[in-house]
Design a protein around this ligand. Structure first.
Ligand code: ADP
Ligand code: ADP
Length: 224
């Protein structure tokens, strides 16, 4: 369970130029939900995702994850929470082009204590995502849809309970985007993971269990 109370985020570009990226955000997200986050460009969606995923900290407010208060944790402890609970997927995949599929998926394991059966785990994930036969392929030889599957495998390798995806279909054509969404739905359904997807695409958002609409750093509507 994610609980945000009165979360605000101010970026200080300079003393005279502050951006209120998020203002007084109250949000409860039950474990195992699949929700879309929508809003115009610059409305604060990425900032919200970054705070939820412990990549950034709020300027004010409280964040509880499964009952634990996070806003007062040290950087190191916050990183541990991030590695334990969150998997990230981004629009441009953020893969290493001249690594193989296998090596890309294993990257998060370098930072994890959880190194046993590395190869088996990676291959099982790639199998689930229909990418097992590409395990030894280099990323530069893959299509966009295949790349996003690799990125999803990498996000899942440490078995996070929450997947945060920032425009995961934004660089894909409609059909490939739908296929990638189907993977998120499957992970959500079969593994009961919480999935939060930032998207501009109504068709993608409608397939989630609910939508959080953000405008100018404020939640203007929640439908779930
Ligand atoms: P969205 O994801 O909805 O496009 P963002 O969360 O990226 O919105 O940005 C919200 C606002 O905060 C925008 O005005 C953006 O320019 C600003 N912003 C985002 N990140 C930074 C940053 N690191 N430093 C300064 N301003 C930022
Ligand atoms: P999106 O709108 O797709 O979320 P952006 O292109 O707005 O992405 O932002 C990409 C990255 O740049 C994000 O990490 C965001 O925090 C940062 N960023 C966005 N706006 C600014 C800004 N005005 N100044 C500095 N960093 C920014």
């Amino acid at each position: 369970m994610i609980e945000l109370k009165n979360i605000s985020k101010v970026y200080n570009k300079s003393k005279s130029n502050e951006v209120n990226a998020l203002q007084n955000i109250d949000l409860k997200i039950e474990a195992g939900s699949m929700l879309a986050i929508m809003g115009p460009s610059g409305s604060g969606k990425s900032t919200l995702l970054n705070i939820l995923g412990c990549l950034d900290v709020a300027s004010a407010g409280t964040y509880k994850l499964n009952g634990q208060e996070l806003q007062s944790l040290s950087r190191g402890k916050l990183a541990a929470v991030r590695n334990q609970h969150f998997g990230f997927v981004v629009q441009d995949f953020a893969l290493i082009e001249d690594y193989t599929v296998m090596k890309n998926v294993e990257i998060p394991l370098h930072y994890s204590k959880n190194k046993v059966n590395k190869k088996e785990k990676t291959l099982a994930l790639l199998d689930m995502l229909g990418m097992k036969e590409k395990a030894s392929e280099y990323v530069y030889n893959l299509s966009g849809g295949q790349r996003q599957r690799v990125a999803i495998a990498r996000a899942l390798i440490n078995n996070p309970d929450i997947i945060l995806a920032d425009e995961p279909t934004g660089a894909l054509d409609q059909k490939t985007g739908e296929q990638v969404l189907a993977i998120f739905k499957k992970i959500h359904k079969e593994q009961n993971k919480t999935v939060l997807i930032v998207t501009h695409d109504e068709k993608i958002a409608k397939q989630c269990e609910g939508i959080i609409n953000i405008v100018d750093g404020k939640i203007v509507k929640k439908s779930y």
